[in-house]
Write a protein that binds this ligand. Sequence first.
Ligand SMILES: [Cu+2]
Length: 500
Amino acid sequence: MKRRGQIFAVLMGVLMISGCSSEALQGEQFREERYGGMHQNMMKGQMNHQMQGHMDHDNVTRLEDSTGTNELLIPPLLERDENGEVTYTVTAQKGETSIFKDAKTETYGYNGDFLGPVLRLNKGEHVKIRTVNELDEETTFHWHGLEVAGHADGGPHAPLKPGESKTIELDVAQEASMLWFHPHPEGKTAEQVYKGLAGLLYIEDGQSEKLGLPNVYGKNDIPLIFQDRLFDENKQLNYEMLMNEDGTIGDMSLINGTLNPKLSVRKEKVRLRLLNGSNARNYTFKLNNGGTFTQIATDGGLLNEPITLNEISLTPSERAEIIVDFSNVDPSDQLALVNEDGSTLLPFHVVGDEGEESNIPAQLNDVTLTEEEKNLPVTKEVELFGMMEHVTINGKKFDPNRIDFTQKQGETEVWEIYNKPDMMGGMIHPFHIHGTQFKIVSRDGKAPSENERGWKDSISIKPGEKVNIAVQFKHKGVYMFHCHILEHEDNGMMGQIKVE
Ligand SMILES: [Cu+2]
């Protein structure tokens, strides 16, 4: 892994020093053209580190295997406020967490020390959420995947200073899904998420409840927030020291904040709601026996039909709901959820009891890409480019005073998102738009895979790939669109759309 990085670093060094060869000159011009100020950074001796950081995207640090010592923590369901003035109160606060047995780690959390509770909203209801900042720094409360007016979306325009609070109101109109919430302050998102600010938002609707899918929270319906973290020698989340401009990748796997987790399940179908809540790591989830599972939902709702898979990839901020059938699994099978490279993420502890009866109906939803959507011309082009701090969208960095696009409320437009490769090939950028659930029209001109034919708010885009999406905003306001590698976002790989 390091070898390729080193070879590359040496190569780049040679190119820089021997400025007289034409090849080197081309390289130099290329860099100046593409990365501008990068040359200066190289001269400061940061290059080796940076290049290796980038090259490591091809061969990412393996996560430590979960020993299965600790029962997985299940996020608490947030109780509704009793006074009736607001539906929920969500407080960003500091805390201390015993992630390791022998140390306390300083963390951030919502209504607790680390991560956050689950907020449940019902389709059709009007809710008020009081947000409170008890941190020593500014933060925002962003509702990822929620179709909400721009002023309530919690982007970088809506910072709360320490001690401030703000109540937002919204009408919940979208279908059953698992969304999430996290901070979005300009330039500080990655650090605040890294320290623990992330919670889940469940939208519930009557229709999906009739399907008979596993839905006993914490028993056969389990949220799994996957995050990788690096800790310093004092077992602290020392972001300033550990961060990587190209996306901070850790060697320790936390699920719902639990280190070395295991999940005890009964002999029944179990619904796992997966969220890649990492700053930058991509996951490909598999079962260690190569067995299949069933995907039932994407970011923003149920798929039309269940899809049988033996692996599923999620880039940062993407979600998927899968059902694993443990009915015929024995404890001796030592079944586990593993990552692409085989590292054990979540061992399952199957207890002898029979569980609940549940179903996976053949028809789950009715979300279709219409002929009209398929035939709409591309009216917005987004070009993702760069690495490290030299990341841009359409050649520009985020400017809070610049509106990049406008779109009419309720009108569908096709956006073409292109991940322009760089001289080293480039890297996957997960692309997210605030305030909307969209549909994938095509990937490089071809229909999306069956398990992407549902509502999405974040998509993985490979280098060189062009993805067309049909986007509609239900509300007005200014919304962000950005790369969800949080360091890229903080480094300005973000634009703004005004919906009028
Ligand atoms: Cu990116």
